[in-house]
Design a protein around this ligand. Structure first.
Ligand SMILES: N[C@@H](CCC(=O)N[C@@H](CS)C(=O)NCC(=O)O)C(=O)O
Length: 252
C-alpha cells in the first residue's frame, strides 16, 4: 500500500499510526502543498483535495475515517476498532476529527506573518528544486489562499477555532483525569481509534518528542506563544504520554 501524505498533516499522522499499530506495511509518499492538488483530485475522485489518500493496487481511498473503515473491510478486523465499544470509539474519534481543521486554522493563523520561514521549510521539505522555487516565489499568494480557505483572514475565524480547541481540550482534561496511569485509554483497556485520533490531531499543540515534525525544537520555538496556554493541561500531558508509550511501540 502507498500512503500519500503531508509530513506535517495531523490527519496523515492518524493513518500512519493506525497502519503502524496494525502492522500493515506501507510506503509513505510525502507531497508538497499546491502540487498535491491535481494528484489528490485525480486519485480521490470526490472533488476534494485533502490528504491522506491510501492507494492499494488500483483502489484509492481519500479521507482518514474512510481509510480506517476501508482497512477494516479489506485488511481484516482492527484491534483499534473493538466490536464491544465500536460506537463509542467512533463517536469520540469523530469529535476530534471535527476539531482537526481548527487546530490547522489556529496554528497557521499564529504562524503566518512571523514564522513564514519555518512554514516554507516545512512545505518544501519533500519538494523538488523547481517546486521549492515556485513555493518560495508564490508564497505570499499561497499564504493568502490558505488564509481564505481556512477562514482565518478574519479574526472571528481564528477566535472560533481557538474556542473549539479549548472545548475539546477541556473535554479531554476531564476524561484523562479519571484514567489509571498504567491504562490511559479513553475507551476500554486497550488503545483504540479514539486515543489515536485525539492524540494525532492534538499533536501539533502537545508537541510530543516522538513526532517527526511537532517534536522538533524549531517548531516548538516558532509556536511557543500560541500553544503555551495549553502546554501543561492534563490533556496535553496525556497526548505526550500516549506518544511515548504507544507510538514508538507501534513503529517498532
Ligand atoms: N476529513 C479529512 C481532512 C484532511 C485534511 O484536512 N487534510 C489537510 C492537511 S491536514 C489537507 O489535505 N489540506 C490541503 C487541502 O485541503 O487541499 C480527513 O480526515 O482526511
Amino acid at each position: 500500500m502507498r500512503l500519500y501524505t503531508f509530513a506535517m498533516s495531523h490527519y496523515s499522522e492518524k493513518i500512519r499510526w493506525v497502519l503502524d499499530h496494525s502492522h500493515l506495511p506501507y510506503e509513505e509518499v510525502c507531497m508538497t502543498p499546491v502540487f498535491h492538488i491535481r494528484p489528490a483530485l485525480k486519485m480521490g475522485k470526490r472533488g476534494q483535495t485533502t490528504l491522506p489518500i491510501l492507494q492499494d493496487g488500483d483502489q484509492c481511498v481519500q479521507d482518514s475515517s474512510r481509510i480506517v473503515f476501508w482497512l477494516e473491510q479489506n485488511k481484516g478486523a482492527l484491534t483499534l476498532l473493538p466490536q464491544s465499544d465500536r460506537e463509542l470509539v467512533i463517536k469520540i474519534s469523530e469529535k476530534f476529527d471535527q476539531m482537526g481543521r481548527d487546530v490547522a486554522r489556529f496554528l497557521y493563523a499564529n504562524s503566518f506573518g512571523h514564522s513564514d520561514q519555518h512554514i516554507q521549510a516545512l512545505w518544501t521539505e519533500h519538494a523538488s528544486t523547481w517546486q521549492k522555487l515556485v513555493i518560495k516565489t508564490a508564497y505570499p499568494l499561497i499564504r493568502k489562499g490558505f488564509e481564505r480557505k481556512l477562514g482565518i483572514h478574519k479574526l472571528s475565524g481564528v477566535e472560533r477555532a481557538r474556542q473549539k480547541i479549548e472545548d475539546a481540550v477541556t473535554w479531554l482534561d476531564k476524561h484523562v483525569k479519571t484514567l489509571p496511569t498504567h491504562e490511559p485509554f479513553l475507551v476500554g483497556k486497550q488503545l483504540s481509534l479514539a486515543d489515536v485520533t485525539a492524540a494525532s490531531l492534538l499533536a501539533p499543540i502537545a508537541c510530543p518528542a516522538q513526532h517527526p515534525v511537532y517534536g522538533d525544537a524549531a517548531y516548538k520555538l516558532a509556536m511557543a506563544a500560541a500553544i503555551e496556554p495549553w502546554a501543561n493541561r492534563p490533556a496535553m500531558k496525556w497526548v505526550r504520554q500516549l506518544y511515548s508509550e504507544h507510538r514508538l511501540n507501534a513503529m517498532a
